[in-house]
Design a protein around this ligand. Structure first.
Ligand SMILES: NC(=O)c1ccc[n+]([C@@H]2O[C@H](COP(=O)([O-])OP(=O)(O)OC[C@H]3O[C@@H](n4cnc5c(N)ncnc54)[C@H](O)[C@@H]3O)[C@@H](O)[C@H]2O)c1
Length: 330
């Protein structure tokens, strides 16, 4: 049932060849949801004629031929689309893909590289071409979206997917990299296919005026790491932490106590499932236990809850932990 969630939205749909095409069904659904669409496909595909039926069923949507390997065609398509919509575009579906080596039955271990160029151009570089043209023309509305279709073979071995696996890996990389640049331009955000947000590196501390400044920064922080690391590469910051804590207590004695026993149950719930290895390291360092653990759990309420919890566990690591903790809190 349609809810008109795309009412007022304007989009370009690439790749509807026949009823089996993903783009075909998507176009029908977009139209049913209230979007205005433009259909596009390679001129040779348009000659088959089926797309005209779809256009008719989608409110007489314009059909514009464009070969995705031609920058000129893509620029014209965007220009004509903006003229037709009398403004910018809200969404683009890039539902395009084709492998010449698969068509000609070349095995992945026997590829024809001329064909492979073409495959990459149609199936992956075309996404860059569309994005670059849209970027230069500023053709997309704020919060607009561009969707391209990948396949799991971009990231896992699916031998029969042949060179398309490499094409899809390139397609994914382009979507990440161009997504970043478009995001910066439009102050938008970049999401992965699983809807987790991409947190690109753009903090002030991580920006450098030149490679030389970056080199100096890298050398300084590596030296600093070297100073605080043990020869094994493990951090050895406890000594420094203890020093700072002692200093802090001396210099600002009026600070309120950090007493995590006040909300003992809640604190216990939050920490009880830390890795046993973490507890083992803490319990083995008596100085750390006395000076830090007993400072933050002065009434030992949380520690007693932990002890009960460890005692209720069957595995030997928890038995060892409960024996150590029992000795430490008596
Ligand atoms: N069908 C699946 O199971 C599946 C799974 C994962 C990903 N995909 C991807 O979904 C997208 C659509 O696939 P589909 O299954 O609908 O197949 P499809 O063959 O119907 O769609 C591919 C479209 O690309 C168009 N195309 C090819 N060369 C072109 C060119 N030079 N210029 C412009 N258009 C060109 C074709 O005309 C066709 O319309 C592809 O990217 C495909 O890799 C499909």
């Amino acid at each position: 049932m349609a809810n008109h969630i795309l009412k007022g939205k304007k989009g370009i749909i690439f790749g509807a060849l026949d009823e089996k095409s993903i783009a075909w069904k998507t176009a029908q659904q977009c139209y049913a949801e209230g979007a205005e669409i433009i259909l596009t496909n390679a001129p040779i595909a348009l000659r088959m004629g089926a797309i005209n039926q779809l256009a008719k069923a989608c409110g007489d949507a314009p059909v514009i031929g464009a070969d995705v390997t031609s920058s000129e065609d893509i620029e014209k398509l965007l220009q004509q689309s903006m003229e037709h919509f009398n403004g910018k575009i809200d969404f683009i579906l890039h539902s395009v893909g084709m492998s010449l080596n698969i068509r000609k039955a070349h095995h992945y271990t026997d590829l024809n590289y001329e064909f492979q160029h073409k495959t990459f151009d149609i199936s992956a570089m075309s996404l860059h071409r569309v994005l670059q043209a849209a970027y230069k023309k500023d053709a997309l509305n704020e919060w607009g979206s561009v969707v391209a279709l990948t396949y799991i073979a971009a990231q896992r071995v699916f031998p029969d997917y042949n060179e398309m696996a490499d094409a899809k890996a390139l397609l994914e990389s382009i979507s990440r990299s161009f997504g970043y640049h478009y995001g910066v331009k439009k102050k938008g955000e970049l999401y992965r296919p699983n809807q987790t947000k991409v947190d690109a590196v753009n903090d002030a501390w991580d920006k450098f005026d030149s490679k030389e400044v970056y080199d100096i920064f890298s050398e300084q922080w590596l030296k600093e790491c070297h100073r605080v690391l043990k020869p094994t590469g493990m951090t050895d910051v406890w000594d420094e932490t203890l020093q700072y804590l002692a200093e802090w207590k001396k210099e600002i004695p009026d600070l309120p106590e950090i007493n995590f026993d006040i909300e003992a149950e809640q604190t216990f719930e939050e920490i009880k499932d830390l890795k046993p290895l973490v507890y083992r390291k803490i319990f083995e360092n008596e100085e750390l236990f006395q000076q830090i653990v007993l400072t933050i759990f002065p009434e030992k309420k949380v520690l007693k809850l932990l002890l009960n919890y460890f005692e209720s566990k069957e595995t030997s690591i928890y038995k060892t932990l409960s024996e150590k903790l029992k000795i430490l809190i008596v």
